[in-house]
Design a protein around this ligand. Sequence first.
Ligand SMILES: Cc1cc2nc3c(=O)[nH]c(=O)nc-3n(C[C@H](O)[C@H](O)[C@H](O)COP(=O)(O)OP(=O)(O)OC[C@H]3O[C@@H](n4cnc5c(N)ncnc54)[C@H](O)[C@@H]3O)c2cc1C
Length: 553
Amino acid sequence: MKLPYIIITDDDIQVLRAIQRDIRNKYRDEYKVAATESAIEALEVIKELKLKNEAVALFITDQRMPEMEGVTFLEQANEIFPDAKKVLLTAYSDIDAAIKAINTVKLDYYLLKPWHPPEEKLFPVVNDLLDEWQALYKPDREATRIIGFQWSQKSHRLKEFLSGNLVPYIWMDIENDAEAEKYLLSADVSKSDLPLVILKDGSIVKDPSLPDLAERVGLQQKARKEMYDVLIIGAGPAGLAASVYGSCEGLKTLLIERSNPGGQASSSARIENYLGFPNGLSGAELSRRAITQTLRFGTEILTPQEVKNINIKDGYKITEMQDGSEIHSKTVVIATGVAYKKLEIAGLENFTGAGVYYGAASVEALACRNESIYIVGGGNSACQAAMYMSKFAKEVNILIRRDALSQVAANYLVENISRTPNINVITHTDVITCSGSTILENITLKNTNTGEEKTVPAKALFIYIGTKPGTAWLNDLVLKDEKGFILSGSDLLKDKSFNTLWKLKRDPFMPETSVPGIFASGDVRFGAMTGISAAVGEGSMAIRFVRKYLQEM
Ligand SMILES: Cc1cc2nc3c(=O)[nH]c(=O)nc-3n(C[C@H](O)[C@H](O)[C@H](O)COP(=O)(O)OP(=O)(O)OC[C@H]3O[C@@H](n4cnc5c(N)ncnc54)[C@H](O)[C@@H]3O)c2cc1C
């Protein structure tokens, strides 16, 4: 198997030798290490590697070099290997340049010289970056392949599921990839059987159900224990954080997710406000880290598995799954968050997954290369998606009803958008119809001030118009507000039916619902501060109260 490269550039020969030695000693079994004193020579080397179809995982470069600055080198290297991770070696006096480079070249890390001891200052950083790179790297011969029609709902469902569950795959569009046709011939299937999944072991599945595909790619589908200390429903940031804390504290912890771990956050193209990540990180990356962390502590994760109901027997919780199975636990944390509101336009559902997407910007980004696309909504999520898509699409149009984006989105996003030439903000506008044969082709826009209507070609429409809580399945088990958010802690005391329902002498704990031992955390909880950090905080805190409850049992 070909090994990917780590490229090191530094004009100071002693520094170059030192870092080359450290990196080579540690990573030589999995990576080839190429080092050079000249940035110009390094650029020649990486152009050649590109021609030979080699992979580069990481660039490490000094900032102060006579031929060109490290940041300029990284800018050029990025055009050749855009997925490679980038580290700038800096002296203390260059920190300003390094911080600027976080935005200009999407720098992943700046490493202060000297980096000794490497076990403490160099290897943890490089390990992290290489893990991140590996998670997205798809060596040709080893990856799962999906073959299908680009704008097909069925193909989109499979792609979204695998990418959301961090299973690397290669997408092959039957209409634009000659190799894909060859796979069809050798598997003796016709285009009407698509999408087709070719697994790593060479086996072939036609249009699999998601649980079937999940099982085949090795995702756990059934609970292994008779009884769990805590069962967590929903693997968004709140559920993931609860699972990390639960397992870490030695509780038997099960996490159940109906689609992809990561929740809403997983569709975020770039999270810029999460503590400790000054250059931002994608939702997929945050999920990857959280899943790795929670699995390491021993959490079991079932995905895709949907919870249908919860029954209570002698204080124990019996969770009913959509497939009819039951799981027993002492406590439950509900972290089912919120789901996207649907855009109410006649016929729109026919194109969902075939040009119309709810929050799936990162999955379909490449397919939108050089196309004109539309985003409905102007909140932070919509703006993040627009920024991300602007790197691929020819033109990104944000449709809002208000006068200006600044009325709905955070300042930094409004500023970024105003600086991006291929993003247009179209105000006072609604989408009123959509049309196409089998995939979305046109949408009609209406100016809400003038009433003027205009039909425009649209390859893709991404919808971000708000959310509603995912609690309908709970029926009347726990008290909710009129919108469906779960009441907990002191908010319960204000509800008229609480006194008749609650039988314990103590008041409910802060995240506890009207059923003792069932907790709510994250966006689904009435009064929660929405956002990733808040959800992570709530999920972690829920476990503290789970422990208190378990001590009472
Ligand atoms: C595109 C986008 C970008 C965002 N960017 C940012 C940002 O940059 N910074 C920030 O602070 N916030 C951001 N947010 C908001 C943030 O993502 C949410 O506040 C956060 O994800 C809430 O976490 P949660 O765990 O409470 O719920 P969610 O993230 O909603 O997760 C709930 C999970 O529960 C699962 N689930 C639901 N019902 C069931 C069931 N019956 N059985 C099993 N599983 C179920 C769902 O599939 C989902 O995975 C963004 C949101 C979006 C949509």
